[in-house]
Structure formats: structure tokens, C-alpha cells
Design a binder for this molecule. Structure first.
Ligand SMILES: O=C(O)CNC(=O)[C@H](CS)NC(=O)CCC(=O)C(=O)O
Length: 274
């Protein structure tokens, strides 16, 4: 989807996507980072639209889950933060009955000079989270993250090997230059090294005058195969089936969880633990 500063418009698009997902027989719909709002942060701080998770905007997204009988991954909501200038970039899992199943606040903030001259300083309006989240769902055990977190593999190692995640959610709003160079490669790497499904719902197209998003939402299986993919502009859904037996089969035939422990003890002989 292409979110804008117009929250009603964005909710309307999400509502159409939920209807499509329900029609396609899906159990869960994943929406990207900034699904509810994307303005030009150099002109208007996202903190000006922030709401608590029990506020009126989130209650309308919960209604969307109920209306369509779908679990929702809301991949990056501007949650009211610790002060008037800072949000938490919060990923929320909503059950089909509208209850909140889990929340995760983005840990790694995108303070980056993008090739081509744009400068992002997410920490100027966001306060980082400090804990990881996994959560049971109808499609398997979910490991939560947001966008720029994708570049930090240790987070996903923790979600898989300590949290027991089977499906890694990586809702995103990648920039065009970094997305074209890195997005799919990083996503497939996380899927392969964690032996998990990866679901990356992404912002796509022109969000506002100064912002073009990379798009290419996709679902990747635990062997690293892309099962479904969108292009760089489309609004719509990529549909894929999550097969827990396939996850178990891959992990049985290539038991990296066991080999990893063996490797760690020999690495630690050198003195440094990872
Ligand atoms: O808040 C907004 O308006 C939009 N938010 C974003 O675009 C977010 C945080 S600034 N983007 C990323 O994390 C991009 C990461 C990325 O592109 C990379 O890691 O290469």
C-alpha cells in the first residue's frame, strides 16, 4: 500500500485489503510499517498524530479484524510515546476477535544518510523499544520486528532460537535506493538462517512529494524461496500458504539449532562469546 498523511484514506485502503484477504480465504493479513499514517516528517512530526494503543484509531483497526474474521499484523503504528515529541514505532498483533495478542516496539531506529542525499533521523521523533516479542497465532509462532530491524540478524536469532518463532514478520517502508540493493537479499537471508517463513508487507510507490518507497512486499519460505511478491507500486495482497510441516521438515534435515550450540562452545574457547 501507499500510505499518506490522510488517516481516513489509509484506513479505507486497509479495509479493502482486509476484504480481499478474507475473500481469498486468508487467516491473517499483514500491513506495512506506517500503515495508518505517513507524512513528511521534516514538515510534520509523526508525534503530532500519535495515539495510545487503546485510542480511537486503533479501535477502528480492531473492528476491521472482527468484521473480516482475520488476524492482523499492524506493522508500525505511531503509538503515543514517553513525551510530546516522541512516538514508539509499535507493531501490534490483533486477533480475529479484536483482542490484542502482542505488541513490539521497534528497537533499531533508522538514522541513515541514504545514497542520493536523503537523510533519515528516526530517533528525532521515536523512542526505541527494548524487548523482543513472540506470539502464538493461527499461522504459527510469530517473531515480531519492524523495517530497519531487518539489518540486525541477532534479533532474529533470538526470536528463533530463544523464542521459538516459525514465522518472522518484517513490515517495512524501505527507501528506493537501499531497497533495490538490499531488501530481498536480507529477507531471504533471515528466512534461510532462521529456517522460518518471512512475511514482509511493504510501503510502495509515492507516499508524498519527498518520499518514494521500495515496495516489493513478499512472502518467503524457510528454504529461502519467494512464494509471493508484489511490485514497486501496487496496492494489493500477496497470498501464500504457511506450512508448519515444511518448517519442521527443513529443521529436521538440516538441524542448525544443534550445530549452532556446538559451534558456540568451540568459538567460546577463544574467550569471546557472541
Ligand atoms: O516515519 C516515516 O515517515 C517513514 N518511516 C520510515 O521510512 C522508516 C523509518 S525512518 N524507514 C526505515 O526504517 C527504512 C529502512 C531502510 O530503508 C533501510 O534499512 O535501508
Amino acid at each position: 500500500m501507499t500510505s499518506t498523511h490522510d488517516q481516513e484514506h489509509n484506513l479505507g485502503v486497509c479495509s479493502q485489503l482486509a476484504a480481499q484477504a478474507s475473500e481469498a480465504g486468508c487467516r491473517m493479513l499483514c500491513l506495512p510499517e506506517c500503515f495508518a499514517f505517513m507524512g513528511d516528517s521534516s514538515m510534520q512530526s509523526p508525534a503530532t498524530v500519535a495515539q495510545p494503543l487503546n485510542g480511537p484509531l486503533m479501535s477502528r483497526y480492531k473492528q476491521l479484524a472482527r468484521d473480516n474474521g482475520l488476524w492482523l499484523s499492524l506493522g508500525g503504528f505511531q503509538e503515543a510515546g514517553p513525551d510530546a515529541d516522541h512516538i514508539h514505532n509499535c507493531h501490534i498483533i490483533i486477533k480475529a476477535n479484536g483482542e490484542t495478542a502482542a505488541t513490539y516496539r521497534k528497537i533499531h531506529l533508522c538514522d541513515v544518510e541514504v545514497p542520493g542525499g536523503q537523510v533519515w533521523k528516526e530517533s528525532s521523533f521515536t523512542s526505541p523499544g527494548c524487548s523482543t516479542t513472540v506470539c502464538e497465532s493461527p499461522v504459527g509462532k510469530l517473531g515480531l520486528s519492524v523495517c530497519y530491524d531487518l539489518r540486525f540478524p541477532q534479533l532474529y536469532q533470538e526470536l528463533r532460537f530463544r523464542g521459538g518463532a516459525d514465522v518472522l514478520l518484517i513490515p517495512s517502508a524501505f527507501t528506493k535506493p537501499t531497497g533495490s540493493a538490499h531488501f530481498e537479499l536480507l529477507l531471504r537471508s533471515r528466512a534461510i538462517e532462521c529456517q522460518c517463513y518471512v512475511i514482509a508487507a511493504a510501503q510502495a510507490g509515492q507516499n508524498h512529494a519527498n518520499r518514494q518507497s521500495w515496495g516489493h512486499s513478499c512472502v518467503i519460505d524457510p528454504w529461502g524461496k519467494v512464494l509471493a511478491r508484489m511490485d514497486d507500486k501496487e496496492t494489493g495482497i500477496a497470498v501464500a500458504e504457511i506450512d508448519s510441516k515444511y518448517v519442521a521438515d527443513i529443521r529436521k534435515r538440516m538441524p542448525i539449532a544443534t550445530h549452532r550450540s556446538a559451534g558456540r562452545s568451540s568459538l567460546m574457547k577463544g574467550g569471546e562469546s557472541l
